[in-house]
Design a protein around this ligand. Structure first.
Ligand code: ATP
Length: 363
C-alpha cells in the first residue's frame, strides 16, 4: 500500500477510461437556504461512469447523495441558491456550463431519473400511457393510438402484465412495484445515456425490491446504460454495482471495485457500514452494530477528516489536516491517515506514511 498526496480525492485516480458517459471532477456544492447558514454539502467529488457500467454511491442519510444526483441532472433545489464549482461532464459537455434551455432539456432525454417513491414522480390524474411516453411527446407529436401502442411496448419491456390495459390506467390503480416499473419505463423511453436511480427500491417491500433491481440491471446491460445507483444500504450493491463510491458528509471517502471495497475496506467508515449489514451466516440473534455519534453539522466549517469524531482509529492529526489518498489496490483508494490494512491487499508491503503532508482542504 502506498500513500500519496495528489490534489484530487478518491475516484480521481480511478478515472482512466477515455470517454466515460459521466465524469464529475472536483465538484463542490454549497447550498444557501433562504433562512439560515450556508451548507457545504459536496466537497471535491470525483467520479466517472462508463457506458454499460453501474456505479453505486452509498452513504448515510444527509451525506449528499441526492444533491449529487440533482446536480448531475442539472436541477437545483427549490427556493435556495446553490453555488457549484468543478465539472460535471456528460460525454464532452459540461452540464454546469450549459445555458438554461439546454440544461432543462436533459432530464428525460440524455439523463433519466428513477425516483425513490414513484407516487411522487407520477402525476395521479394522468393516464399511465401519457406519462410513460412523455419523453417522446416532448420531442414530436404522437397520435393517441401511437401513444398507447408505444406505451404498451415500453410497459411490456419492463415486464408489466397486461400492458395495454395498464397503459389506460391511473397510477393509484397499480401496486407499488408496478408503479416503479412504470417509472423505469418512463425513464427508458427517452433512450438516455445515463440513468440516475436514487434509492429506487426503498419504498418497496423486500420481495419486489429484487425484481426491480434485476430489471434495472437487465436494461443497463442490454442498452449499455451508464447507471448511478444511490443507496444507504451497501448490501444492495453486492453483485450489482461494478464499482462503489462511499460518501460521508459530502466527501467520497473510499472508492474501488465493489469486491475490493466490500472484501477489504480501507476506510474505517466503510468498515463500519459493512459491519451493519445483516449476514446470511452467523448467529441468528446477533444485534447489528450501529455507528456511534452523528454526522457533522454541514453549516460549520471544519478541518481534517469529517469522520474523525466518530472514528475509533482517529488520532489528533485526523482533526487537524486533510487525510491523504491511500492506494489500497488497483483503482481502490481511500482518504485516510490510518487506513485498515488487509494481508492480501498489499503485494508490495508498503504501509501508510505516518505523517503525510496535508493537501488542499478537500478529500
Ligand atoms: N434545498 C435545501 N435546502 C437546505 N438544505 C438542503 C437542501 N437540500 C439538501 N439539503 C441538505 O444537504 C444535505 C445533504 O442532503 P441530501 O438530500 O443530498 O442527502 P442524502 O444523502 O440524499 O440523504 P437521504 O438518504 O436522507 O435522502 C442535508 O444536510 C440536507 O439537509
Amino acid at each position: 500500500m502506498t500513500v500519496t498526496t495528489p490534489t484530487a480525492g478518491p475516484g480521481a485516480a480511478a478515472s482512466h477510461h477515455p470517454t466515460p458517459v459521466l465524469r464529475v471532477e472536483a465538484l463542490d456544492v454549497v447550498i444557501h437556504p433562504a433562512h439560515g447558514r450556508p451548507l457545504h454539502v459536496l466537497h471535491d467529488v470525483h467520479l466517472h461512469i462508463d457506458a454499460g457500467e453501474c456505479l453505486g454511491v452509498v452513504g448515510e442519510s444527509g451525506s449528499g447523495k441526492s444533491v449529487l444526483s440533482r446536480t448531475i441532472l442539472g436541477v437545483p433545489g427549490r427556493g435556495t441558491r446553490v453555488a457549484r464549482t468543478g465539472r460535471v461532464r456528460l460525454h464532452d459537455e459540461d452540464i454546469l456550463d450549459m445555458d438554461a434551455r439546454r440544461r432543462a432539456g436533459l432530464p428525460g432525454a440524455e439523463i433519466a431519473m428513477v425516483h425513490q417513491d414513484p407516487m411522487t414522480s407520477l402525476n395521479p390524474v394522468v393516464r399511465i400511457a401519457d406519462q410513460v411516453t412523455e419523453a417522446l411527446t416532448a420531442r414530436r407529436r404522437l397520435r393517441r393510438r401511437e401513444r398507447y401502442r408505444t406505451a404498451a411496448e415500453l410497459l411490456a419491456a419492463v415486464d408489466v402484465p397486461d400492458p395495454e390495459g395498464r397503459a389506460r390506467a391511473y397510477p393509484h390503480e397499480l401496486s407499488g412495484g408496478l408503479r416503479q416499473r412504470v417509472g423505469i419505463a418512463a425513464a427508458l423511453a427517452g433512450e438516455p445515456a445515463l440513468l440516475l436511480a436514487d434509492e429506487p427500491t426503498t419504498a418497496l417491500d423486500v420481495t419486489v425490491q429484487r425484481t426491480v433491481l434485476d430489471l434495472l440491471d437487465r436494461h443497463r446491460a442490454e442498452r449499455g446504460l451508464a447507471t448511478l445507483l444511490i443507496t444507504h444500504d451497501i448490501g444492495l450493491l453486492f453483485g450489482r454495482a461494478r464499482r462503489i463510491a462511499v460518501m460521508y458528509a459530502g466527501h467520497i471517502v473510499e472508492t474501488g471495485r465493489t469486491e475490493d471495497v466490500t472484501d477489504r475496506p480501507a476506510h474505517p467508515y466503510t468498515a463500519a457500514l459493512l459491519r451493519s449489514v445483516p449476514r446470511v451466516t452467523g448467529p441468528l440473534r446477533r444485534t447489528l452494530p450501529t455507528i456511534p455519534g452523528a454526522p457533522p453539522d454541514l453549516t460549520r466549517p471544519r478541518t481534517g477528516c469529517p469522520f474523525a469524531p466518530r472514528c475509533d482509529r482517529a488520532s489528533e492529526q485526523c482533526t487537524r489536516a486533510t487525510p491523504p489518498v491511500h492506494h489500497a489496490g488497483a483503482g481502490h483508494t481511500a482518504s485516510c491517515f490510518h487506513p485498515l490494512s488487509h494481508p492480501d491487499a498489499d503485494p508490495q508491503g508498503a504501509s501508510a506514511a505516518p505523517n503525510p503532508a496535508p493537501r488542499k482542504a478537500t478529500s
